[in-house]
Design a protein around this ligand. Structure first.
Ligand SMILES: Nc1ncnc2c1ncn2[C@@H]1O[C@H](COP(=O)(O)OP(=O)(O)OP(=O)(O)O)[C@@H](O)[C@H]1O
Ligand SMILES: [Mg+2]
Length: 288
C-alpha cells in the first residue's frame, strides 16, 4: 500500500522534515534541496512512498508520471507529455495557492544513455531541463524523480541534481525489525514473540520492505491453512522461499537486491550457508 509511512526512517525523516517545512512556509528549499531531488535504490524500499509522503505532509498537490509512459514511439510526444505535466502543476499552484510536487518514477526510462529511440529520449530530456529551468526560482514546486537503476543514469543528467540525491537502501536489522513488528500488528493487532521476531530479522538480510510486508502476509496465509493461524519458524522459512520464488517470477534482478557486502555462496558446502540469511540462500537455490 503505497503512501503508508508508519516506519520513521531516521535521517530520511529528518531531511523530509526540512523539505516539508520549506514547502509549507513557501521559503526556498534548504540546501541541498533547491527544488529537484532524485531518490534511488533497490526496488520496494519506499521511494514512491516518500514522494507521496512529501506531498501529503506539505499539503501539496501531487502530479505524477512513470518514465516508460512518457517516452513514446514518436519523437516529440515524450517532450509534450513532460510540458503538459509541468503546466498542469504550475496551473494548479497559481489557481489554488498551493504547493505542488511533481513526481516522475522510473526516470531511467528517460535518462539513460543507451538503447533505441535516442532522439525521443533526448527530446524528452531537453523538455525536462526546460521545465526545470522555469521552476528554478519557484519555491512552491518541488520536482522528485526515482529510479532503481541509478547506475544506468546519464552522468550529465546526474550532474544537474548536484548533491540532491538520496539513497533509499535496503532496510538494516533495526528497520527490518520495525517493519516486521508493524506489519504483524496491522495484521493481527499483536507482535510475534521475541524469539520468532529475532530469528526472522536475522534471516531476512537482503529483503526489501515490500518483501517483508509480503512475508508477513504469506506466513499468515500458510499458518491459517496448516497451523491454526499460528506462525512459527518453519512457516516463516517456507514463506521466505515462496516470496523469493515470486520475485524470480517477477524477474526482479538478484543483483539489485543483493545486500552490501554479501558473501558469495559456495553451493557445495552447507556450512557456507550458515552465516547467510535464509532469504539469500533460497534465492541461491532457486538460481536468482
Ligand atoms: N516507512 C515505511 N513504513 C512502512 N511501510 C513502508 C515504508 N516505506 C515503504 N513502505 C512499504 O513498502 C512497500 C514498497 O514501497 P514503495 O512502493 O514506496 O517502494 P519503491 O522504492 O518505490 O519501489 P519500486 O522501486 O518497486 O517502485 C509499500 O507497500 C510501502 O507501503
Ligand atoms: Mg516506486
Amino acid at each position: 500500500m503505497v503512501g503508508s509511512y508508519p516506519i520513521k526512517l531516521g535521517w530520511i525523516s529528518k531531511q523530509l522534515k526540512d523539505v516539508n517545512q520549506a514547502l509549507a512556509t513557501g521559503s526556498l528549499l534548504p540546501k541541498p534541496f533547491k527544488n529537484r531531488l532524485i531518490l534511488y535504490g533497490p526496488p520496494g524500499n519506499g521511494k514512491t512512498t516518500i514522494a507521496h509522503k512529501i506531498a501529503l505532509d506539505s499539503r501539496s498537490a501531487f502530479f505524477e508520471l512513470a518514465g516508460p509512459s512518457i517516452v513514446q514511439r514518436y519523437v516529440g510526444q515524450g517532450a509534450k507529455n513532460i510540458t503538459d505535466l509541468f503546466e498542469e502543476a504550475r496551473d494548479s499552484v497559481d489557481k489554488n495557492i498551493k504547493t505542488a510536487v511533481i513526481f516522475i518514477d522510473e526516470i531511467d526510462a528517460l535518462a539513460h544513455t543507451k538503447g533505441e529511440d535516442r532522439d525521443e529520449h533526448h527530446a524528452a530530456l531537453q523538455s525536462l531541463w526546460l521545465e526545470l529551468d522555469k521552476i528554478k526560482e519557484d519555491p512552491r514546486i518541488l520536482f522528485v524523480c526515482a529510479t532503481n537503476n541509478y547506475g544506468k543514469l546519464d552522468n550529465a543528467f546526474l550532474d544537474r541534481f548536484g548533491s540532491n540525491k538520496i539513497e533509499i537502501p535496503l532496510p538494516n536489522e533495526k528497520i527490518r525489525q520495525e517493519v516486521l513488528k508493524h506489519y504483524e500488528k496491522v495484521k493481527t493487532g499483536k507482535s510475534w514473540n521475541a524469539q520468532l521476531l529475532e530469528s526472522t530479522v536475522k534471516k531476512t538480510n537482503g529483503c526489501s520492505i515490500r518483501n517483508l510486508e509480503d512475508l508477513v502476509e504469506e506466513a499468515h496465509m500458510c499458518a491459517d491453512l496448516t497451523n491454526n493461524g499460528m506462525v512459527n519458524e518453519k512457516i516463516v522459512d517456507d514463506a521466505l522461499k515462496t516470496i523469493a520464488l515470486k520475485e524470480k517470477q517477477e524477474k526482479n534482478s538478484f543483483a539489485e537486491n543483493l545486500y552490501k557486502g554479501a558473501i558469495i555462496v559456495n553451493a557445495s558446502t552447507q556450512t557456507a550457508y550458515a552465516g547467510l540469511a535464509l532469504f539469500q540462500v533460497a534465492r541461491h537455490i532457486l538460481g536468482i
